[in-house]
Design a protein around this ligand. Structure first.
Ligand code: DX5
Ligand code: ZN
Length: 215
């Protein structure tokens, strides 16, 4: 069974209460939360006041994706939310190893995220220390973008690195995950699917989540 982490970015922000109820009822494994700062990415999404409100209602583990500069400054605040996974971008962390250690010390799982242009090889010396690698299959900042095809090959290269190193890291893919891309990602070795618009804009989001899980 594939792990499914719907992205709240595509929810109806006027009815977050209703959309989180749907997630709680659904077979979703986690809830993916996208934090953007307008500096690391050319968009701003939401910050801690919204994360706290979501955390107080959501019964699923929180998979928080920071698209911000200096994510290390927010490790303790994220841990206080009760987040399960803190994902930071390799491109945003000068001392990535230290940041991963600090995320672990704060009691969370550590995910390292790569932009589409960042090669899997940058993970070679940290792959055994991380719980997950989040591969971006679009340039981060916006929902509803077109899937970058090269991600399929990238998932295969990452799977190879994980096998060769004996790492236990999960592979998560984020961006343009929908009916035609999801099965190919799973076949290539992806463990966790993030999906925003495909889930939340569907007439029956719970059914879509169920279908993704069954891949
Ligand atoms: C994009 C975010 C994604 C986004 C995915 O920067 O990291 O999580 O919500 O949206 P879809 O699934 O619509 O491409
Ligand atoms: Zn994301």
């Amino acid at each position: 069974m594939t792990i499914v982490s719907p992205s709240l970015l595509a929810a109806d922000f006027l009815h977050l209460d209703r959309d989180i109820d749907m997630i709680n009822r659904s077979e979703a494994d986690w809830l993916h939360l996208d934090v953007m700062d307008g500096v690391f990415v050319p968009n701003i999404s939401f910050g801690f006041p919204v994360l706290e409100a979501v955390a107080s209602k959501c019964q699923k583990p929180l998979d928080v994706h920071f698209m911000i500069v200096h994510p290390e400054q927010y490790i303790l605040q994220t841990a206080r939310l009760g987040a399960m996974m803190m994902n930071v971008h390799a491109e945003a962390c000068t001392h990535l190893h230290r940041t991963v250690q600090e995320i672990h010390q704060a009691g969370m799982k550590a995910g390292v995220t790569l932009n589409p242009s960042t090669p899997v090889s940058v993970l070679q010396d940290i792959i055994c220390d991380v719980d997950m690698v989040l591969l971006m299959s679009v340039n981060p900042g916006f929902g509803g973008q077109k899937f970058i095809e090269n991600t399929i090959q990238k998932v295969k290269r990452l799977r190879q690195l994980i096998i060769e190193s004996g790492s236990k890291a999960l592979i998560e893919v984020d961006g343009g995950v929908q009916g035609s891309t999801a099965p190919r990602l799973v076949e290539a070795g992806c463990d966790v699917l993030v999906s925003g618009s495909y889930v939340f804009k569907a007439p029956d989001p719970e059914k879509v989540i169920k279908e993704l899980k069954a891949l």
